[in-house]
Design a protein around this ligand. Structure first.
Ligand code: ZN
Length: 133
């Protein structure tokens, strides 16, 4: 595991949340991207060496819609940068962590991603992400 790459924050409405975070972080959103398979629209902000990802559900069955229905808006996941996502997934699986997929998936912001279930990480959804070549 390398540094924390970004924090994911679930929001009801990007049109409302983006301008708020632009003021808060004093920087413009640099990327808007929809990940159709995951049912999310994302907005990215660079903040020093870190990033913030805002996530809005695109349909009621989206994991983000379910998260907000249960817990409200707020921190949804912490993403760690890794250099070899498959090796890291194997290492964590062998160590007993519960991964949400067997293979890395295509994520937002040009990344390969995989998630660890919060039940095996003391309540936090963790994302591994590797830059795609
Ligand atoms: Zn993320």
């Amino acid at each position: 595991m390398e540094k924390i790459e970004h924090l994911g924050i679930a929001v009801n409405n990007l049109d409302e949340a983006i301008p708020l975070y632009e003021i808060l972080l004093n920087t413009s959103c640099y990327k808007l991207e929809e990940v159709e398979r995951e049912g999310v629209k994302t907005a990215f902000f660079q903040n020093g060496p870190n990033k913030i990802e805002l996530l809005e559900a695109t349909h009621p069955d989206s994991p983000i819609a379910k998260f907000i229905a249960k817990k409200g808006e707020g921190i949804h996941h912490i993403a760690f940068a890794v250099s070899d996502i498959k090796a890291e997934m194997k290492r964590l699986k062998e160590a007993g962590f519960n991964l949400l997929s067997d293979e890395p998936k295509l994520g937002a912001d040009n990344k390969w991603v995989a998630f660890l279930h919060p039940k095996s990480t003391k309540g936090v959804l963790l994302e591994l992400c590797q830059e795609r070549d």
